[in-house]
Design a binder for this molecule. Structure first.
Ligand code: GLC
Length: 451
């Protein structure tokens, strides 16, 4: 008995140390972004605003009457694969019109789109040759929506990114399993992990070779193995290298919620402004070297949910966009199109309202970086060349003190009105006089031109 446990211990130690080696290797990999990649990062940071799209056969289930269920319905309702696969046979979004999507999205002022190419359910929303579990082969609709969306994006000058779930509840070789997609799926209790990673990489290769130049790949689902046996076996270095070899400008974003791995180009934050952690996902530090991106739902759901009417107001969403910009971050705002192929009317209305706002105030967002002073309870600052934008989101008084020192102000105006703003320099900063009427704005912006 003792002998057996000693053998097990030795074996376990072997497994642990080989895992640690894998992590150490991936963590220690040397990554020097290419010139194209650096240029793409600048483009990305200038773009500031993107729209996230969660669309798949799960959209048909529309949350099954529960506010907090959407693209996770398979897991949350424990739907076995043989039953879940039937959803594809009903998926016929006859009202899908890629040009209409892109027009409405463009009207929001967003510069790029990130769409689910394959979510955790494993269903590919494009014509994949390495698996027939995809929209072209399994649905009556048959169309490759990624192809159509890419063509519409190219026409409109919008960049397209593909979300790709590393976690897969459908693929039999995704084994050993992690936190989710377990016994209820009906898969065999065996499998060959590496052949799953080969499959994943073959799908990624398709996404990077069949759709022209893309913005990048947005990974998700790594966390499924965080406390599982395959934590260190994702072969990230190899996958990331393949992506950058195929498309050097493609930005790699991985929503794993841990410190960025070499090869990643943007650090994402889920449902929280960088540096905050109300949602409980973002426990790691905020990089000051990589571009940042915050992803947020417009209601409480990523995929379409019939009963989730917790729509955030346009003011709240603009505050999030502004709050992200002031933290040097992009804002990726999510919509979950309906099973008929249309974007929800509530979201379209908000897109247009945000776009109207950005037409007037966009100069304080696009092309800026986080400003000279960090976030404050009243708002944030952004900066572009010799201009500082002070975004006052929450303030009630007739003057506001901003701790900006060592600057020479040329003039200060109220953005959108071109009215001069009076100010007084003190040793500790500047006191701006505020037009109380302007405080009624969603975001009162003082534009400070420096000498
Ligand atoms: C989470 C969820 C996933 C969603 C993603 C978006 O990781 O698992 O359903 O796609 O967040 O940020």
């Amino acid at each position: 008995m003792k002998k057996i446990s000693a053998v097990i211990l030795v074996l376990l130690a072997g497994v642990t140390s080989s895992c640690m080696t894998a992590t150490a290797q991936e963590r220690g990999a040397v990554y020097k972004p290419s010139a194209e990649n650096i240029a793409a990062r600048h483009w990305f940071q200038d773009a500031k605003f993107g729209i996230f799209i969660h669309w798949g056969v799960y959209s048909l289930m529309a949350g099954a009457g529960e506010k907090d269920v959407a693209e996770w319905v398979m897991e949350e309702k424990q739907i076995p694969i043989d039953k879940y696969e039937r959803l594809a046979t009903f998926f016929n979004p006859v009202k899908f019109d890629a040009d209409k999507w892109v027009q409405d999205i463009k009207a929001s002022g967003a510069k790029y789109i990130t769409i689910t190419s394959k979510h955790h359910d494993g269903f590919a929303m494009y014509d994949s040759k390495v698996s027939n579990y995809n929209i072209a082969k399994r649905t009556p609709f048959k169309r490759d929506i990624l192809k159509e969306l890419k063509a519409a994006c190219d026409k409109a000058g919008i960049k397209l990114f593909f979300y790709y779930s590393q976690l897969d509840w459908h693929h039999p070789e995704y084994y050993p399993r992690g936190r989710t997609g377990n016994v209820y799926t009906g898969r065999p209790q065996s499998g060959d992990w590496d052949s799953y990673i080969d499959y994943q990489n073959a799908q990624l290769r398709e996404l990077l070779t069949n759709y022209g130049e893309i913005g990048g790949i947005w990974f998700d689902g790594w966390w499924d193995q965080e406390d599982g046996p395959m934590k260190d076996r994702w072969r990230l270095t190899e996958t990331y290298k393949m992506i950058h070899d195929l498309q050097p400008q493609a930005l790699i974003i991985n929503n794993h919620h841990v410190a960025p791995y070499p090869g990643e180009d943007v650090q994402p934050f889920e449902q929280d402004l960088p540096g905050e952690n109300d949602a409980g996902f973002n426990t790691t530090f905020v990089s000051n070297e990589m571009p940042l991106e915050m992803a947020q739902t417009m209601n409480g759901s990523w995929g379409f949910n019939l009963v989730d009417d917790r729509f955030k107001s346009t003011k709240e969403l603009i505050s999030a966009l502004v709050g992200a910009a002031g933290r040097n971050s992009n804002y990726l705002m999510n919509t979950g199109p309906m099973p008929d192929g249309q974007i929800q009317a509530e979201n379209i209305k908000t897109f247009h309202e945000m776009g109207e706002w950005l037409k007037i105030y966009g100069e304080s967002i696009y092309g800026t970086r986080g400003g000279p002073i960090g976030p404050r309870p009243w708002g944030v600052t952004t900066n572009k060349d010799k201009t500082i934008y002070i975004h006052i989101l929450d303030w009630k008084d007739g003057e506001i003190f901003i701790p900006l020192t060592d600057i020479k102000i040329g003039d200060a105006t109220l953005l959108g009105k071109d009215e001069k703003i009076l100010y007084e320099m003190t040793d500790d900063g500047v006191i701006f006089k505020i037009d109380r009427e302007a405080l009624q704005n969603w975001d009162m912006i003082i534009k400070v031109n420096l000498l």
